[in-house]
Ligand binder design. Structure first.
Ligand code: ZN
Ligand code: ZN
Length: 486
């Protein structure tokens, strides 16, 4: 169990939610220092404060600077991605070296100037590393990831002909996207508004770090939005995944306190829909169309480009890292397999490409690498209001009760006593269900020997079984059955 192991340091490659979101949980029992680039730590600090967790020690790093913790040495290198200050990490320990790509792409000329530091990485790793951990998110996609500049062009083209307000939704941490959109809008004489808590706080952090430079007077306060001429306005709005209480969802339902959309307004989705959110995004887009707004989600040039390397980029990365072993990470199994294909095509022998599942362990030593399957406890832990985890049996009972209801059977130990049955939340006619279960239980008792009747465990097991069968056979329901021996 992880909680009993000592953790010396936590390394954050960048500030996306799937990389920092677990920090507050970790902080409950682990006070190890957290290392990262400054913008990453600013996002982490905000995440911890929101969860009312202690920040502990946050240690800022610079690119190319080597740090030591115990047996480990590590160095961060800048990479292109879709949030400022993203990093790959070189880790050295026990005579081996591994390069974790982090989430990355190879954008040779990104608008924020944050291109992947290939020279720094090449100089640090020299003849190659023992193991490369490789971002596999886009390993199924051919060619190369498009430059962030292209998304800026797509947005500028869409802005050019917009007659009314422009509403733009993207990931709040995508500062380069917001900066490009802001620049295009300001050129057209539009002013800017930021709606939604996350959009506002990340924009503030980005301004503080000089990542977003906005001229004085270009902002419109939310309270003044209704008096600003529509053709003079660009609103950055949170809720690109159709989140129900986001600013975008409220605009879509015309329930936003500061702004009402009208025909002639343009809503741009400058974000990929994360799998699983398609329905909510479509619903919000439909409601926006009901307001009379024009909704644009795809365009040429595109309104959004990915922050993850495609196959040719991955091949370049492997040529840079020159690894002896490769372990694809950050992806579903099919994506990991696609990254393995790329590695094989770059000449890495199949037996040195390792596809791991959660709970597997890869051990690396100067003489080679070995994989043990399923040796680490991994999976979901359910926590409710109590500090201890809730066991799987309890979770199963709660789900079953929520979905199917429950039936209590009260059994008298006195053979002449009355059996009583109580049902709650079961989708069947109550009187009939109670009658049917009562008859089934009576039949069990009638067949039982005196010895069986005197055994409460036997009574509970047999009556529960009979009640369960009656519910399923007659009413096709599967409630939780609770036998109680009085
Ligand atoms: Zn990321
Ligand atoms: Zn990620």
């Amino acid at each position: 169990m992880l909680r009993e192991e000592r953790i010396d340091a936590i390394l954050l490659t960048h500030g996306h939610e799937d990389h920092i979101g677990a920090l507050p949980l970790l902080r409950d029992w682990c006070d190890a220092p957290v290392y990262g680039f400054p913008f990453t730590l600013a996002l982490a600090r905000r995440r911890l404060a929101e969860a009312e967790a202690s920040a502990g020690r946050l240690e800022e790093l610079r690119g190319g600077e080597k740090r030591r913790i115990g047996e480990f040495a590590f160095t961060f290198f800048r990479v292109s991605h879709s949030v400022p200050d993203s990093a790959a990490v070189l880790i050295e320990a026990g005579g081996v070296r591994l390069l974790h790509s982090g989430d990355f792409k190879l954008d040779p000329n990104p608008p924020d100037g944050e291109s992947t530091d290939r020279e720094g990485i090449a100089a640090a790793i020299g003849p190659g590393v023992d193991l490369a951990l490789l971002d596999s998110t886009n390993a199924e996609r051919p060619g190369r990831a498009l430059s962030e500049r292209l998304a800026g062009q797509g947005l500028a083209a869409a802005f050019a002909s917009a007659p009314g307000r422009i509403v733009l939704t993207t990931f709040s941490s995508h500062v380069a996207r917001i900066a490009q959109a802001a620049e295009a809008a300001l050129t057209l004489g539009r002013r800017l508004a930021f709606l939604g808590r996350s959009v506002r706080t990340v924009a503030e952090i980005a301004e503080r770090f000089g990542r977003l430079r906005l001229p004085a007077g270009c902002r419109v306060a939310p309270a003044d939005l209704s008096s600003e001429p529509p053709r003079r306005l660009l609103c950055f709005v949170g809720g690109s995944q159709g989140e129900p209480f986001s600013a975008l969802a409220r605009l879509a339902l015309d329930e936003h306190q500061d702004l009402s959309l009208s025909p002639g307004d343009l809503v741009l989705f400058s974000a990929r829909t994360i799998p699983g959110h398609e329905r909510s995004v479509n619903r919000v887009a439909d409601h926006l169309a009901r307001r009379g707004a024009r909704v644009l989600r795809e365009a040429d040039p595109p309104l959004h480009v990915s922050g993850h390397a495609h196959r040719d980029d991955l091949a370049d990365w492997l040529d840079l890292a020159r690894p002896r072993h490769v372990m694809p990470v950050h992806g579903e199994r099919r994506m990991l397999a696609a990254a393995a294909e790329v590695a094989e095509a770059r000449g890495i022998p199949k037996e040195r490409i390792h596809l791991l599942d959660n709970g597997d362990r890869l051990t690396l030593s100067p003489s080679g690498a070995g994989v043990e399957r399923g040796v680490v406890a991994a999976g979901r832990i359910y926590l409710d209001s109590r500090p201890e985890a809730v066991g799987p049996d309890v979770v199963r009972d709660r789900r079953q009760m929520a979905e199917e209801g429950f039936v209590v059977v009260l059994l008298p130990t006195d053979p002449r006593g009355e059996i009583s049955v109580v049902a709650r939340g079961v989708a069947a006619p109550e009187a009939e269900l109670v009658g049917e279960v009562g008859r089934a239980v009576k039949a069990v008792l009638a067949r039982a020997s005196d010895e069986e009747r005197a055994d409460p465990d036997w009574l509970r097991a047999e009556t529960a079984l009979a009640a369960k069968r009656a519910c399923r056979r007659v009413f096709e329901v599967r409630p939780v059955i609770v036998p109680v021996v009085l």
